[in-house]
Design a protein around this ligand. Structure first.
Ligand SMILES: Cc1cc2nc3c(=O)[nH]c(=O)nc-3n(C[C@H](O)[C@H](O)[C@H](O)COP(=O)(O)OP(=O)(O)OC[C@H]3O[C@@H](n4cnc5c(N)ncnc54)[C@H](O)[C@@H]3O)c2cc1C
Length: 233
């Protein structure tokens, strides 16, 4: 049996849910608004994970969508560290990871995206990172502190941004991608060449046309092997 009922249930703790909550209030919605997210932080600007926050130029609070008192002021209930584990559309109820069951009038599903993990040999080695959340950015910055060289796998926005950010922190970065040029998939070959030159001008080495076959190392990752060129790094 549901323990309570809310008018608006927003599932997911990202910018889509946060903006929905904000606009409900700005447009005059008066009912209960409950936003549920599984991350430890309130909604934040995820783009900063590869930019100012990663470089240590912005604090955690700087990345927050709104200051902490915003939610109370707007009478928006925020449940962090909580997952929606079941959704019953007919009964209009959700079950939460804390076992609470909540009935809703209307719901938004804004659960966003997850990282796509590389399932290759060595993928469990220490100091292999993925970037999606503030906690990942913390781990990357901490790991980079005693790393001389950083290899980034991927040829699109996030890899390019992280390469630029870590270069700014004094790290030597190499970027390996399936594409012939960074951001080529989004913008085409000539724009890709422009970005390749931009990255190279700040010292980032770009390896085109390479699919990672495996990571190598004992406990900590020390290198990898790429499929097409067969080059060891
Ligand atoms: C490193 C990085 C840099 C980026 N830079 C830019 C940029 O410069 N410009 C730009 O336009 N975009 C950028 N993006 C993309 C942008 O962040 C996303 O488009 C945006 O975050 C999407 O917001 P969202 O709310 O739809 O989803 P998400 O941000 O993915 O949020 C969804 C939330 O729902 C939570 N969730 C999932 N399932 C459940 C569940 N069952 N119960 C409770 N909670 C759940 C997730 O944990 C997550 O917190 C970047 C993304 C990343 C990762």
């Amino acid at each position: 049996m549901p323990t309570r009922k809310v008018d608006y249930l927003l599932i997911g703790g990202g910018l889509a849910s946060a903006n929905c909550a904000r606009w409900l209030r700005e447009e005059g919605a008066e009912g209960d608004v409950l936003l549920i997210g599984r991350e430890p932080d309130p909604p934040y600007n995820r783009p900063e994970c590869s930019k100012g926050y990663l470089r240590g130029e912005e604090s955690r609070e700087d990345t927050y969508f709104r200051p902490n008192d915003f939610w109370d002021q707007q009478s928006i209930e925020l449940l962090t560290r909580t997952s929606v584990t079941a959704l019953d559309l007919q009964g209009r109820t959700v079950t939460l990871s804390n076992k609470e069951e909540i009935e809703f009038e209307q719901a938004l599903i804004a659960t966003g995206a997850n990282v796509r993990r590389l399932n290759v040999d060595g993928c469990q080695l220490d100091q292999i990172h993925y970037l999606r959340a503030l906690g990942n950015a913390d781990a990357i910055r901490a790991g980079a502190q005693d790393a001389e060289e950083v290899v980034l796998i991927g040829g699109s926005f996030i890899a390019c941004e992280v390469a630029a950010s870590l270069t700014a922190l004094g790290k030597s970065c190499t970027l390996a991608a399936l594409e012939q040029a960074p951001l080529e998939l989004s913008f085409g070959a000539s724009v890709g060449r422009f970005f390749k030159e931009q990255l190279e001008s700040i010292g980032v080495m770009f390896h085109p046309g390479e699919a990672l076959e495996r990571f190598e190392g004992e406990e900590r990752v020390r290198g990898g092997h790429a499929e097409r060129a067969g080059a060891r790094r």
